[in-house]
Design a protein around this ligand. Structure first.
Ligand code: TTP
Ligand code: MG
Length: 347
């Protein structure tokens, strides 16, 4: 499996620039109202023209105003950006069934090597993935008039760093044989889990690049940063086993019933809940879904809705029934009940 990472360039600002031709090539800041420098919000994003003045995401808008008062300051039109995002994800879906949405403008796509080689008549899956990446970038540009940056690598770590490598409008492919050269001079900050705090600690040891980081043993990193440190050891060597987490991955399985008429007889409610539990467990087993938490939902006749959950103990149906009863009893004997639901949730 190869991984492709794609991130749109200056996303919110690029959409505004596209939709307001008079803004073309001008510095644009999307975010809170600067109110002549008295505004209290922050910058959502700035286009690359505005970034030349030092403006960046999450900066106070007042500071952005001081850095470049002549920039065009625009409000956030999130509905519009979400629509564009949907269109872009529809393009991804044409090319991969394994998609992890990271944010509104960023995703990982899993690509099967065999399929890549076959589709693009190449022996090297990386060559094939490069053609596909360019194709996806072109499709986005043709449909949305927006540029994106793309990285391809053997795992999420390398795909992500690669897509950042030649931003904006970049395309970088890192083959396994190129990993060490590619990572060598990158700042430690480019590794996931390393933020400014960790960067500072490492800088005190004179460790600034990934090449420097490789000098520390796994034990040393572990003693400095705990379990995370061990991860840094592998990341520094381009090793990353994190799977693609598709958004439609099941997080819970539940069933509910609305009674024909509002019920106050505990026996009926409990038996209905057991019946639902049976169905939920059957489905969980069928889907090989492992869970650690059981949840009960009750809606009273007046639509007041309550949920409660607990970590399940035991493994048999009787164990689960006991847990369910414990949860359900809190809600009985109060008001008439309209709906009861049972749900199991991933750990
Ligand atoms: P990013 O992909 O981080 O930034 P970007 O697309 O604007 O620029 P780049 O070319 O560096 O990728 O975030 C995507 C969008 O998410 C961004 O356009 C605006 C929004 N956003 C915020 O609202 N606040 C933030 O702090 C960040 C980082 C992003
Ligand atoms: Mg982006």
């Amino acid at each position: 499996m190869l991984i492709l990472h794609l991130d749109m360039d200056a996303f919110f600002a690029a959409i505004e620039e596209r939709d307001n031709p008079y803004l073309k090539g001008k510095p644009i800041v999307v975010g809170a109202d600067p109110k002549q420098g008295r505004g209290r919000g922050v910058v959502s994003t700035a286009n690359y023209e505005a970034r030349k003045y030092g403006i960046h995401s999450a900066m106070p808008i007042s500071q952005a105003y001081r850095l470049c008062p002549k920039a065009y300051f625009l409000p956030v039109n999130i509905e519009k950006y979400q629509q564009v995002s949907q269109n872009i994800f529809a393009i991804f879906q044409k090319h991969s069934s394994l998609i992890e949405k990271v944010s509104i403008d960023e995703a990982y796509l899993g690509l099967e090597e065999k399929k890549l080689c076959k589709d693009f008549k190449k022996d090297d899956p990386y060559e094939a993935a490069k053609i596909l990446a360019q194709k996806i970038k072109n499709e986005i540009f043709e449909k949305e008039r927006l540029t994106s940056s793309c990285g391809v690598g053997p795992n999420k770590l390398l795909a992500k760093i690669a897509s950042d490598h030649q931003k904006p409008n970049g395309l970088t492919v890192v083959k396994p044989s190129e990993i060490d050269d590619f990572l060598r001079d990158k700042p430690v900050l480019s590794l996931p889990g390393i933020g400014p705090k960790t960067e500072k600690i490492l800088a005190d040891f004179n460790i600034k690049t990934i090449k420097d980081l490789k000098k520390l043993s796994s034990e040393r990193l572990k003693s400095l940063f705990g379990k995370r440190g061990e991860e840094f050891y592998y990341f520094a060597r381009g090793v990353d086993n994190r799977p693609i987490e598709t958004t439609h991955q099941t997080k819970s399985i539940g069933k509910q019933i609305t009674f024909e008429e509002d019920i106050d007889k505990p026996k009926i409610i409990i038996e209905t809940a057991y019946f639902l539990l049976k169905g939920v467990l059957k489905e969980a087993e069928k889907e090989n879904f492992s869970f650690s938490t059981l949840e009960v939902i009750v809606r009273y006749f007046d639509f007041e809705t309550k949920t409660t959950q607990m970590k399940v103990y035991g493994k048999t149906f009787t164990d689960f029934k006991n847990c369910l009863l414990k949860l359900l009893l809190k809600f009985l004997g109060k008001k008439k009940i309209r709906l009861v639901g049972v749900r199991v949730v991933r750990g």
